[in-house]
Design a protein around this ligand. Structure first.
Ligand code: KG4
Ligand code: ZN
Length: 326
């Protein structure tokens, strides 16, 4: 089960990383009016929907809880109220169905969505984890040893996509909207910075400010001009991510790389990462529906965590600031 932000999700996954069901109820349209996720509204909507979403995920099993081995739920990182709804519901279910429970790190879930895409994928690999709240480069040495190589010092790349989308007058969530608009634009019309920091770190606040000034000084606001801005921004952001990913692959000597998180559904990022790493590393990118928040990835991470740590004791605590992968 997944409820860390604005998607209420439940899935059934087996120990071969086969997905038997995966239900995602997005709240995006409810938050769009506010231009971003409203935490209190998100928690209330999880509460309203979670029972139906879980029941729907159990349809292939005709609601027979006896056919499951355990219940896994996201315990962090995420919004406090949202995590609390998911963890409380999962614990109630676990007690009433007599099943053990397991708490999962949402970001590890994003990374291990790659195991659903390719069940034969084995560590070591480098992962670029790009979402609305994170921009991390990790060295996934083994299921027990995951090293953070670098992270953003300010905005996450998804946040930059969302903020630039807002400047362009596009609806929330901005990432997919920019991705679509950029397809019609000229990415070479405006030159924007590629902020490459030492130590595999990222910084997207300067790029965001550069777009702000670019828009202020634009000669016109014709649809083609705005598409050119979107394309120029997308290219700058994606090229920055790929430069650091390539450096991390070379630094670690890994022959495999993984893309993870909502921004990994970006069309240009998927194409450019594959192109730049050709002959250097094998690249695994989950299908777009496995990149954005879902519960199948939480199931995949639970399978792996169970193999190294077993189940957790009740009561399970939420951890909104959970940082360590694994
Ligand atoms: O992983 P995710 O679904 O939720 C978090 O854990 O944050 O990521 C959501 C982020 C949002 O910032 C959204 O704008 C961005 O992923 N995103 C994209 C695309 N699809 C989603 N960014 C760029 N291009 C996309 N196609
Ligand atoms: Zn996420």
């Amino acid at each position: 089960m997944e409820s860390s932000c604005d998607e209420t999700a439940a899935a059934v996954v087996d120990d071969r990383f086969q997905v038997w069901s995966s239900v995602v109820a997005s709240q995006a349209s409810a938050h769009a009016a506010f231009g971003g996720v409203v935490p209190e509204l998100a928690a209330r909507m999880h509460l309203e929907r979670i029972a139906d979403v879980v029941s729907e995920a159990m349809v292939p099993f005709k609601g027979d809880w006896g056919r499951l081995d355990g219940i896994a739920v996201t315990r962090g990182p995420g919004l406090v109220g949202c995590l609390a709804v998911g963890v409380a519901y999962a614990q109630g279910l676990a007690v009433s169905c007599g099943l053990p429970i397991l708490g999962v790190n949402h970001m590890t879930g994003h990374v291990l969505a790659s195991r659903i895409e390719d069940p034969s994928l084995e560590p070591p690999f480098v992962a670029l984890v790009v979402s609305g709240g994170h921009t991390d480069l990790i060295h996934y040495r083994s299921d027990e040893q995951v090293e953070l190589l670098g992270a953003t010092r300010d905005d996450a790349v998804g946040e930059a996509f969302d903020k630039v989308a807002r400047m362009l007058g596009l609806p929330y969530p901005g990432g997919p909207a920019i991705d679509r608009l950029a397809e019609r634009g000229n990415p070479r019309r405006f030159r924007l910075p590629r902020p490459v920091l030492p130590g595999f770190a990222f910084s997207f606040s300067g790029l965001k400010t550069a777009v702000l000034y670019l828009l202020r000084d634009l000669p016109d606001r014709e649809p083609q001009t705005l598409a050119d801005v979107a394309a120029s921004f997308r290219l700058a952001a994606v090229e920055t991510l790929c430069i650091q990913l390539e450096a991390a692959v070379e630094h670690t000597g890994c022959r495999r790389a993984v893309l993870a998180g909502g921004v990994a559904s970006n069309r240009l990022l998927r194409a450019m990462a594959r192109e730049r790493l050709q002959g250097i590393a094998e690249v695994t990118i989950p299908a777009p529906r496995l990149c954005t928040d879902n519960a199948a990835m939480i199931g995949a991470a639970a399978i792996v965590r169970h193999s190294t740590h077993g189940f957790d004791a009740q009561p399970l605590d939420i951890d909104p600031g959970l940082r360590q992968y694994g």
